[in-house]
Design a protein around this ligand. Structure first.
Ligand code: CTP
Length: 130
């Protein structure tokens, strides 16, 4: 069973590792779409701290990840699922309900987020350090 998931994975943290490891447990092969710098800017109105090449290298170095590609548009999820012949889409539950329309292409599962950590929060914490 092929699993696909998506994310920015900027300033890679434990919440990212947890969801990728749990996603891999749901199948045999884990494919990760890493959001491009341009897509990230359009979603979050800021450039990521680590650029797309660095973020793709970090994610592809993980034991639980089998394949990485660059996600260039949120609107292309269906195409990415078909291109990679994914059987299951996994997203964190901050996206709950948002991808239910893809359930005719593959199974859609939302996993609970790791509490109390996010890239946005890490950036704020680092900014406060004097
Ligand atoms: N994620 C998670 N638990 C966290 C943070 C992220 O499970 N504490 C998951 C998200 O649900 C998503 C994936 O990790 O499926 C990539 O999320 P991303 O948006 O890159 O990370 P965030 O830390 O949420 O980034 P930001 O604060 O910029 O939104």
């Amino acid at each position: 069973m092929k699993i696909i998931t998506f994310g920015t994975f900027d300033m890679f943290h434990i919440g990212h590792l947890n969801i990728l490891e749990r996603a891999k447990e749901q199948g045999d092969r884990l494919i990760v779409g890493v959001s491009s710098d341009a897509l990230n800017f359009s979603k979050k109105s800021r450039n990521p701290i680590c650029d797309e090449d660095a973020r793709m290298r970090i994610v592809s170095a993980l034991k639980c990840v089998d394949e990485v590609f660059l996600e260039e548009s949120l609107a292309l999820k269906a195409e990415y699922i078909q291109r990679h012949q994914a059987d299951c889409l996994i997203m964190g539950d901050d996206w709950a309900g948002k991808f239910d329309h893809l359930a005719d292409l593959c199974k859609v599962i939302y996993l609970p987020r790791t509490p109390a950590i996010s890239t946005t929060q890490l950036i704020e914490v680092v900014k406060e350090i004097k």
